[in-house]
Design a protein around this ligand. Sequence first.
Ligand code: NAP
Ligand code: ZN
Ligand code: ZN
Length: 360
Amino acid sequence: MPKTSELIALKTKGYAAATQGVPLAPFSFERRDLREHDVLIDIQFCGICHSDIHQARNEWSEYQEESIFPMVPGHEIAGIVAAVGDKVSKYKVGDKVGVGCFVDSCRRCEECKAGLEQYCTVKTVWTYNARDNEGQPTYGGYSDKIVVDENYVLRIPDNLPLDGAAPLLCAGITLYSPLHHWGARPGKKVAIVGLGGLGHMGVKLAHALGAEVTVLSHSLKKQADGKRLGADHFFATSDPQTFEKLKGHFDLIINTVSAQMDWNNLLSMLRVDGTLVIVGLPEKQHSIAAFSLTAGRRSLAGSQIGGIRETQEMLDFCGKHNITSDIEVVPIQKVNEAYERVLKSDVRYRFVIDVATLKA
Ligand code: NAP
Ligand code: ZN
Ligand code: ZN
């Protein structure tokens, strides 16, 4: 049983949306007492993912069983282990750790056994806006602490700073997984559509994997950044010529755009047997013409974050190649302002909340 001092420590401060679409505001709640395999993490930084905005505004209601308010968003969590349960073997107090988009799964289905917990056929317990196995709402990383089973905690390499590493827990793995799965490597032409939080990680990772990388952004405003991040080429999707020039060109296109766009145009840029992978999750989707796929035996696919094993592999890869996110650190009091700036694409390239500012 945890000591009384630990029980007091589990009182948690955070920021929540009281209901859909309202500004986030201070919110106090309690984390569960430590179980045998639980790790208590002092959260230091939490990235702001566009998914936080979609969910706080209830834009995915059509695709979700329920949206749970008050909602404490945040699934790009980086912090330090503050306490461990009696049977924890993977982590000790003081370790640098992270938590991504989910905190549990059934652990028994074929997908869980294969390390694909994000596709658990029974139930993936999302880090927030979900219910844990006891039916209690989960609350995310816009808060000062979190309790997570050790099997769903990631180790952050020593050489990476916690603020720049936080976005790897969602943006990083969401691009690493499809790049890996669809074989981004030397000799492959890869396009990243949308240079935001996910997109800029895609450019860095695809470049580090040795692929020839092209950014497709809606304008040329971010061209210099794209090149600095590792892109070989940069085109604007607002220019119809782009689709003419790049017809049948790419082996792999990953679309990270958070708004609706014409996927048929993107498919037309794939070479024979090329794949368009959708990772952006706008509220409304575009329809696809059958001809977009039959011409060139093209594939349309989707991908959702990555499993625990692959997320650790990605973190270790980033440690080895010194890859972190380009960030702007903000105090938690500015979270609503940051949301507005993300919606205007005014972020270079990820806002990260300095959780210490919760004490202010
Ligand atoms: P973000 O930082 O806001 O980046 C999105 C980018 O999309 C923008 O930087 C912009 O890039 C482009 N864009 C935005 N509005 C546009 C418009 N109206 N027309 C054309 N392009 C537009 O968002 P993010 O955090 O990277 O997330 C991107 C999407 O992925 C979100 O829908 C999010 O929910 C989803 N997501 C999915 C997963 C998954 O597992 N599949 C994981 C995390 C997030 P340019 O300025 O370069 O055009
Ligand atoms: Zn995310
Ligand atoms: Zn499962």
